[in-house]
Design a binder for this molecule. Structure first.
Ligand code: NAI
Length: 362
């Protein structure tokens, strides 16, 4: 019997290619993982009728740990995001998105080492929405007017932004525990509490209550989200661990990903008390599907996070070291990295050849 069984979800678009590359690299370290392949994605809609079959959820529930490629979500209509469904179904309340500098990426910033902890289950992503013109939207607009809560235009669509004490408490506590366990010294709670007094205001109040429990062990501060964005790009050294409600976390983590070289190298993890689902920040990049062009680094770094979670630290650090070497050498790199560094994609390698180069340096 293998030491670990992990659910592997290839996903859509470039997902199958980058997860294949990831699997080859992880296996080359000698870590004993039994991969249980489970499907999710837009490609299942015709054959199975759902992008997230119950069997896939059950596989994750059984194995507790999953790693996935990206999944396509139709914009504006169609099915709800598989990722949002997974986070809700498995109560994966933390979205961990580290942003750290790697050599050879052509990134505008060097020496970045930031941890983004994004709340994953509530805020504007709670999925409580009312379509423009629907009876429900009409009722809600009338309710707000009747209660003197404010006038909403009659032709509005409405998305609610619920933020709870429970949701805020557990994500801020997780961020503080992560900071302590990983030798970090400061946690910054990010919000817009000056305007959104009852949602972000509550998040901020709870954040300070939690932060107070860590007095003497961690520095705890807050920033308003817009000022935080400016601060990040002007003086990133002032930040360490950031904890944010869902929407700001999504946006700020992409800013941080951009600072260190872009989506092709940004890893992520969705973590709850029982389950963890690891996935890169980027999407399914449909235009590169099947072309052996996508950069698998984000998926490989996502595997590094997973291996640390599985306490396979040595394998995790070997993969990270090998990626650093390949990127620093700059020859066997994918089109995106080559283009940033040389202004042309000439001489780039494909997804699987990049994985070969990483394996050679393990
Ligand atoms: P995207 O991340 O797929 O692409 C944005 C840009 O980055 C494109 O130019 C793309 O070609 C490039 N890119 C992304 N990953 C890359 C990689 N590994 N190597 C090289 N270049 C890469 O975002 P987009 O276009 O907004 O979304 C495409 C689909 O992915 C949508 O259906 C979206 O809903 C879905 N998506 C899924 C996510 C997930 O499953 N976790 C996360 C984000 C988007």
């Amino acid at each position: 019997m293998s030491k670990h069984t992990v659910t592997l979800i290839p996903g859509d678009g470039i997902g199958p290619e980058i997860t294949t590359a990831m699997r080859r690299v992880v296996e080359a370290t000698g870590v004993d993982i039994n991969w249980e392949i489970a499907e999710a994605g837009a490609h299942l809609m015709e054959s199975v009728g759902t992008p997230l079959p119950e069997s896939t959820l059950n596989s994750i529930r059984k194995n507790k740990v999953a790693i996935k490629g990206p999944v396509t979500t139709p914009v504006g209509s169609g099915f709800r995001s598989v990722n949002v469904q997974l986070r809700k179904e498995l109560d994966l309340f933390v979205n961990l998105r580290p942003a750290f500098s790697l050599p050879g990426t052509g990134a505008r910033y060097q020496d970045i080492d930031l941890i983004i902890v994004r709340e994953n289950t509530e805020d504007l992503y709670a999925g409580v929405e009312f379509e423009e013109g629907s009876p429900e939207a009409h009722d809600l607009i009338k309710f707000c007017a009747d209660k003197g809560a404010g006038a909403i235009r009659s032709d509005s669509g409405i998305s609610l932004k619920p933020i709870s004490i429970t949701g805020s408490e557990r994500v801020v506590a997780w961020a503080c525990e992560y900071a302590l366990a990983n030798g970090r010294s400061k946690v910054t709670a990010v919000h817009k509490a000056n305007i959104l007094k009852y949602s972000d205001g509550l998040f901020l109040k709870v954040a300070y209550e939690v932060g107070a429990r860590y007095e003497g062990r961690l520095e705890f501060e807050d920033r308003i989200v817009d000022a935080c964005c400016m601060g990040l790009v002007m003086r990133p050294e002032e930040f360490d661990v950031l904890v944010l409600p869902n929407l700001y976390g999504d946006i700020v983590s992409d800013i941080c990903a951009g600072m260190v070289g872009g989506l092709g190298i940004a890893p992520g993890a969705n973590i709850g008390t029982e389950y963890a689902v690891f996935e890169p920040v980027h999407g399914s990049a449909p235009k590169y599907e099947g072309k052996n062009m996508a950069n698998p680094t984000a998926e490989l770094l996502t595997a590094v996070l997973m291996l640390r979670h599985l306490q396979e630290t040595e394998a995790a650090e070997r993969i990270l070291g090998a990626i650093r070497e390949v990127l620093a050498e700059g020859t066997a790199v994918t089109y995106d990295i080559k283009r940033v560094n040389t202004g042309s994609t000439d001489g780039c390698v494909g997804t699987s050849q990049y994985a070969d180069a990483v394996i050679e340096r393990l």
